[in-house]
Write a protein that binds this ligand. Structure first.
Ligand code: BGC
Length: 498
């Protein structure tokens, strides 16, 4: 071989070696980045871990806080609000009633006709619209004028048919925010949640505001009850099945109510009701316990929210927030590695990833996870390999599993407080094995997160059995109540009239 050829060969070897070195270097770098991402996932899994022992601590804390909230005003983060609902609809109600429901994301209007027997419940018309976002931080006048206008249009559509005798229409106002009631049909807003921020409304009587707006429009309607959405769901549950004593909403926000003995509501001594009980709106979104598995993502989400240091439990379990927790994890992964390609500014935008997208990704059953790819593309992240898409699904799973399991612990806490968890409540000192004679207990559940996100529902129901044990679980029935909050509120108004 001549000198030139040797030089060529040597140069080729050097070139090949450096290409290989670059490739090895790149591979090592990409492996390191992948390892970083896997560590972030692992850290998330550990921080969100909810073994049954921890869930039982949450159960106990919930029951203890319920007692404290009933004992004195401000005695707990759980407000345990009186609703003045002491009689729930029985199924014998008659007539035509209306409900207007201001939820977290949607408002609904509906009309029900009741024929005097359970089976004669006819939900005649349901309108469901997204709440225009500008209303959430407008003024009370703008909000209530909008609601009155929507009701007017609803009524115009029904013609004369439903109101042929010219009687005043009786309306339930389902208002999914914390209210301090002075009667079943009046109460003042305590605070906003779920991103609403109309500060001048805090302290105002909500039913009065709506009635005023209806009067201004000349609508012949009477706001006969102001009802929390959980109480509406309980009413519908009870109407169909009198063993229903607890209702929970898992929607944009989350909350629970239940039927409590009046003598257990110590902060209102002398409270008398004909039934000897009253529905208590727990406002459990504000529940807090050091046993809740909190991550740095929860802390940041809370700090950047419009109601920081508030609604800590809701921020871990409700539909408004799950998407944003997932987004925060993905954002961190994309910042600390390049597995999502060039960084997308969209990913930094709070609440851009909605929980319905999380559910669509989590439940994507296409072999190539095309739905995950599509949603990531909408977030400005294109062409991610399958293994990264799988990682995103895993993040959704961890966040939703924690939410479902904590939700179950919340429900079990209520069951414990009312002595339906088989342990005899928090004061009995019975051992867990000493199962009391169980009464059948129905828990009515409503809300988009529960209705539409199968994995959330499954995790919740599975954890409830895990906490209560197979034997007690047989007596606890979880029943979905589609549109229960609005329909049930209308039923409540009907029961007031009969
Ligand atoms: C509100 C509750 C409501 C729940 C579910 C929470 O943010 O404070 O009043 O019941 O959301 O809609």
């Amino acid at each position: 071989m001549g000198k030139v050829a040797v030089a060529f060969a040597a140069a080729a070897v050097v070139a090949a070696c450096s290409v290989a070195a670059v490739m090895v270097g790149r591979r090592m770098k990409s492996r390191r980045k992948w390892r970083t991402v896997v560590e972030i996932l692992k850290e998330l899994e550990d921080a969100c871990d909810t073994p049954v022992g921890r869930l039982r601590q949450v159960v106990d804390a919930m029951a203890v806080e319920m007692h404290a909230g009933l004992a004195s005003e401000g005695g707990s983060k759980l407000k345990m609000l009186l609703t003045f609902v002491d009689d729930l609809p029985k199924g014998t109600e008659k007539g035509t009633y209306y409900a207007l429901h201001l939820g977290g994301t949607y408002f609904r209007i509906l009309r029900v006709h009741l024929g005097g027997q359970r089976s004669y419940l006819d939900v005649q018309d349901v309108e469901r619209h997204p709440i225009p976002s500008h209303l959430m931080n407008s003024t009370s006048e703008v909000l209530f004028n909008f609601l009155a206008f929507s009701l007017e249009r609803f009524i115009e559509k029904e013609g004369n048919g439903s109101n042929s005798q010219g009687v005043k229409r009786e309306l339930a106002f389902t208002f999914s925010f914390p209210v301090k009631h002075t009667s079943i049909s009046s109460g003042v807003l305590i605070k906003w949640t779920k991103g609403f921020e109309i500060s001048e409304m805090v302290g105002k009587d909500i039913a009065e505001c709506l009635q005023g707006a209806l009067n201004r429009r000349g609508l012949d309607m009477h706001v006969a009850a102001l009802v929390n959405d959980t109480v509406g769901a309980l009413s519908l549950g009870y109407y169909h099945d009198p063993d229903t004593v607890v209702a929970v909403v898992f929607g944009t926000g989350s909350n629970a109510c239940y039927l409590e003995r009046t003598d257990a509501i110590i902060k209102c001594q002398g409270l008398l009701t004909t039934s000897g009980s009253m529905v208590v709106n727990m406002e459990w979104g504000n529940f807090w316990s050091s046993h809740l598995p909190r991550t740095s993502y929860d802390i940041d989400l809370d700090a950047e929210s419009s109601n920081s240091n508030d609604m800590g439990f809701e921020k871990m379990i409700a539909g408004m927030y799950l998407g944003d927790i997932v987004r925060r994890v993905i954002l961190r992964m994309s910042q600390e590695s390049d597995i999502f390609g060039p960084s997308s500014s969209l990913l930094s935008e709070p609440y851009v990833l909605r929980t319905n997208s999380v559910s669509a990704m989590h439940e994507d059953d296409t072999p190539e996870l095309q739905e995950v790819a599509r949603i990531l593309k909408d977030l400005g992240v294109s062409d991610v390999p399958l293994k990264v898409r799988k990682l995103v699904v895993k993040v959704c799973d961890v966040v939703t599993r924690r939410a479902g399991r904590l939700a179950a612990a919340g429900i079990a806490g209520i069951l414990k407080k009312i002595g339906r968890d088989g342990s005899g409540g928090i004061t009995s000192g019975r051992s867990r094995n000493e199962v009391l004679m169980q009464k059948r207990t129905v828990v009515a559940v409503e809300g988009g997160l529960y209705m539409n996100y199968t994995m959330f529902r499954e995790y919740m129901e599975e954890a409830l059995v895990e906490i209560l044990g197979e034997e007690v679980s047989q007596y606890v029935v979880v029943k979905a109540m589609e549109d229960g909050s609005s329909i049930g509120s209308a039923l409540l108004v009907a029961s007031l009239q009969s």
